[in-house]
Ligand binder design. Sequence first.
Ligand SMILES: Nc1ccn([C@@H]2O[C@H](COP(=O)(O)OP(=O)(O)OP(=O)(O)O)[C@@H](O)[C@H]2O)c(=O)n1
Ligand SMILES: C[C@](O)(CO)[C@H](O)COP(=O)(O)O
Length: 250
Amino acid sequence: MLTFNSRYTAIIPAAGIGRRMQSDIPKQYLTIAGKTLLEHCVNVFLCHPLIDHVVVVVHPNDAEAARLLSKDVHVITGGAQRADSVLAGVQYAQETLRSEWVLVHDAARPGINMALIDNLIATVKGTEGGILALPAVDTVKGASRKTQCATDDSDAVPTTIDKTLNRETIWLAQTPQMFKTAALQQALEYALSKKLQITDEASAMELMGVEVCLVEGTAENFKVTKPADLALAGFYISQKNNLKGANACE
Ligand SMILES: Nc1ccn([C@@H]2O[C@H](COP(=O)(O)OP(=O)(O)OP(=O)(O)O)[C@@H](O)[C@H]2O)c(=O)n1
Ligand SMILES: C[C@](O)(CO)[C@H](O)COP(=O)(O)O
């Protein structure tokens, strides 16, 4: 029987290069209100009373995180894909920190806040795991190609996903994604061993037959991905700073 030394560990995958952001530096080091996206994320988890450890997973060539972040933060090396980086964090949480649960949160989502973490933990801790997600508010289309207008290929005609699934059943996954450490390690190792392309932790858990809970997130918790996203993230952070006042923890 595995004994746990801690209950909840936050894993922040931050080993990406931010290709779609088209910036000179990896997007997690872009700054808003004087702090990097990474610091905005890490600070919220460091402040949260239930989070026992924060593990940041960085690119092998990244010397910035260790310089930038509090000595309380565990900084480890990630891998080629997001799933590889997350697995490195989960293995560390399992083998070194002996943590019962992990909450995996993208360093590119600086709009996370204490209330979202509170709600996720309170809702998910009695289940096999869950994630923050946003119910779709637009009609969702699926298409076999990226082109907006398919003129030369009839099979690229978009289909309206709503026809088969009504809009209430379409959710857009966010993070944190919260699972039992051992179960997530097993699921990720399985998915990666089968060379399956998985883009979030829930996908790996679903392969193991787990019914993943969906907990409603917020628009503020969106992922900074493309150049125009930085200004929007800046707006949300300035709103949060105006609200939190002197409370450094938020
Ligand atoms: N090998 C990787 C790839 C991504 N990530 C992290 O996973 C999060 C979400 O991934 P994404 O938004 O795709 O970031 P990038 O991979 O950096 O972006 P891009 O796909 O545009 O290169 C980010 O915090 C990113 O740093 C990671 O830890 N390890
Ligand atoms: C994990 C995630 O943020 C959930 O929406 C998303 O899958 C990350 O995808 P990316 O291509 O690594 O940004």
